[in-house]
Design a protein around this ligand. Structure first.
Ligand code: B16
Ligand code: MG
Length: 219
């Protein structure tokens, strides 16, 4: 029986990708990397330092950056990003997800967060959602990011549940792979062609409800 849910954040609870995009665009301009929609898409779900490396790899490569310089670039991006996420309010929760989260808690399910973002606690605070979650996996303590199963394994441990008792919600292919690898039930939100490996698939957050999930599980 399902007793808990592990949530990805960006793309599942809120659309923070647009803020990451805005802040990384500024970094790209600074290092001379042309900003393209493909680059913006490629940055979704990957860690901060991997994102910076991807931007540098798409650049002119006329110079190399030291570890210190890279850390300064990443820190500057994060400051800009944090200024943007400070504007988030409960109105920025993706459609249907506030209802889903509240009704899941009301029905006795346990919730945790499995996000690659070190800013997840701050984002949940601005969205007014902190109190609904038993805990948030700290991505700084992980040995490997998504698609490695570690983050979703830890999300079940936080809930003190067996992986088979947990449904993981994700909008990225790497995230779905992580959930499946952890032995949980994967719920993909987005295009089925991208999230082929998901056990359950919903086109948008609007369709996600306890009734719809129960229905999909018995199909
Ligand atoms: P931070 P998720 C991910 O969030 C974002 O999709 C990705 O673009 C970002 O680089 C990553 O978090 C790290 O974020 O710089 O705030 O630590 O989809 O795993 O919730
Ligand atoms: Mg995501």
């Amino acid at each position: 029986d399902i007793k808990g849910f592990a949530f990805d954040l960006d793309g599942v609870i809120a659309d923070t990708a647009r803020f990451h995009g805005q802040a990384w665009h500024q970094t790209a301009d600074e290092v001379g990397t042309p900003w393209t929609p493909e680059l913006a898409e490629g940055l979704k779900g990957i860690s901060r330092m991997d994102s910076l490396q991807m931007i540098l790899d798409h650049g002119p490569k006329t110079r190399t950056y030291t570890v210190d310089e890279k850390e300064m670039l990443a820190e500057k991006k994060n400051k800009n990003y944090q200024a943007l996420i400070a504007t988030l309010t409960p109105n920025d929760i993706l459609p249907g997800m506030a209802d889903f989260i509240q009704s899941a808690v009301a029905k006795g399910y346990q919730l945790s967060v499995a996000s690659a973002s070190k800013n997840a606690p701050m984002i949940l605070e601005h969205l007014g959602l902190t109190r609904y979650f038993v805990g948030i996996v700290d991505p700084a303590t992980l040995h490997a990011g998504k698609p490695d199963p570690e983050i979703f394994t830890r999300a079940a441990e936080i809930l003190q549940l067996q992986p088979s008792q947990v449904i993981g919600l994700e909008d990225s292919a790497a995230g779905i792979r992580s959930i499946n690898g952890a032995g949980e039930v994967s719920l993909g939100i987005g295009e089925q062609s991208v999230l082929q490996e998901a056990t359950l698939n919903f086109a948008t957050t609007v369709e996600v409800s306890l009734t719809a999930i129960e229905q999909a599980m018995t199909d």
